[in-house]
Design a protein around this ligand. Structure first.
Ligand code: FMN
Ligand code: 7N5
Length: 378
């Protein structure tokens, strides 16, 4: 083999390692059925918010400091009492078996290899117990507030029993967003895949292209209780000692209410643009929420994070950690557990690289002075 051939196809690494997260996206697209791809990539209505999440990151300008010792850059952090190797984690996304047969079990292995947090969706396609058995890093369980409170109580009990470290209540989905791609596709979850932790009796029948309906939206309408308010949080609190995280907060008002009602952390999120279209980009909402919280609890962000420099910007603006939704699914679709670990490792390496060149060798040295948003540029 010539040196050039060896470079093109190293014998030890048959799957070429992507250079950027977008390469995982390309690989995933080539592997997934068009309707599954639309479900993963799509958003609500005009999908303006999906794009705005990305555009907000492209407006960030970095303000590097120089002559700082960056021979070692530490991406480690602490979150709700757990040490993490990286502030990048995996956002909850439904039905991982749609993109890979090993589903959430592979995702848990990948997150464990990267030392990253994995937030497991209530719509996981494996049981909480099987996912926990595969995990080597902290797991949190995400819930929607089900009409069947008996099921909610059972889920929080099972999660605590197998070591999940927090409950994440998603508060931006009293009903599912109007996702035109899924409605046009008559999207439904394929045979053999199910929400393994939910009672099959609450699931709707399959839908077909041409019905103009999404089976997921119909199912959510049946299963999720849209009447829940702040005062109901106490009910959940009484049933679990685990920290309670609220996901889907975009305003100072709701951030203040979350703290007042005892939330242990907040995720600034617009659900990746899949719920209410035309909400602010999460990066644009972050500072308002961080200011309202005033350090009382950690604030996380998700939506449009596509690499370490995006994470750097969010961390500088006050996020304690940053979650990846679609990119984790791209990694899983492309290469199972190795792909999930690859996505997290790549983004973490990019973060460490940006920290070095920006003269911020650890996350504690990152603050708002490290970034300018374009609107503020002088
Ligand atoms: C395919 C898919 C399924 C999702 N399922 C859930 C879910 O079950 N629960 C939830 O709270 N959020 C869910 N989300 C939203 C993510 O948790 C997260 O907010 C969003 O994906 C972040 O944006 P990003 O994909 O641009 O990183 C889902 C997102 C996607 C793309
Ligand atoms: C009924 C499944 C909802 C999953 C979800 O939250 C999403 O697709 O964004």
């Amino acid at each position: 083999m010539t040196a050039r051939e060896a470079q093109a196809a190293p014998a030890t690494s048959p799957v070429p390692r992507p250079a950027v997260l977008g390469d995982y996206e390309t690989a995933a697209r080539g592997r997934l059925d068009g309707r599954v791809w639309d479900f993963v990539q799509g958003g609500a209505e005009s999908e303006r918010t999906v794009g705005d999440n990305r555009r907000a990151f492209s407006r960030v300008t970095l303000r590097p400091r120089v002559l700082v010792d960056v021979s070692h850059c530490d991406t480690g952090t602490e979150l709700l009492g757990a040490r993490l190797r990286t502030p990048l984690g995996i956002a909850p996304t439904a039905y991982h078996q749609l993109v890979h047969p090993e589903g959430e079990v592979a995702t848990a292995r990948g997150a464990g290899a990267a030392g990253a947090l994995f937030v497991v969706s209530i719509y996981a396609s494996h049981t909480l117990e099987d996912i926990a058995a595969a995990a080597a890093a902290p797991l949190w369980l995400q819930l929607y507030w089900l009409r069947r409170r008996d099921l909610l109580a059972e889920l929080v009990g099972r999660a605590a029993a197998v070591g999940y470290r927090a409950i994440v209540l998603t508060v931006d989905a009293p009903r599912l967003g109007r996702r035109h791609r899924d409605a046009r596709n008559g999207f439904a979850i394929g045979p053999g895949i199910r929400a393994a932790n939910l009672d099959p009796a609450v699931m709707t029948a399959a839908h077909l292209p041409g019905t103009g309906r999404s089976a997921l939206a119909d199912h959510a309408a049946e299963a999720v209780d849209p009447s829940v308010t702040w005062s109901d949080l106490a009910w959940l609190r009484e049933r679990s000692d685990l920290p309670l995280v609220l996901k889907g907060i975009l305003t100072a008002q709701d951030a203040a209410l979350a703290v007042r009602h005892g939330a242990d952390a907040i995720v600034v999120s617009n659900h990746g643009g899949r719920q209410l279209d035309r909400t602010p980009a999460t990066l644009d909402a972050l500072a308002e929420v961080v200011d309202a919280v005033g350090g009382a609890v950690p604030v996380l962000l998700d939506g449009g994070v596509r690499g370490g420099t995006d994470a750097f910007a969010a961390l500088a603006l006050g996020a304690r950690a940053v979650l990846l939704g679609r990119p984790a699914l791209w990694g899983l679709a492309a290469d199972g557990a190795a792909g999930v670990a690859g996505v997290l490792d790549l983004a973490t390496e990019e973060l460490a690289h940006t920290m070095a060149l920006a003269g911020r060798p650890d996350l504690g040295s990152l603050d708002r002075s490290a970034v300018l948003l374009r609107a503020e540029r002088r």
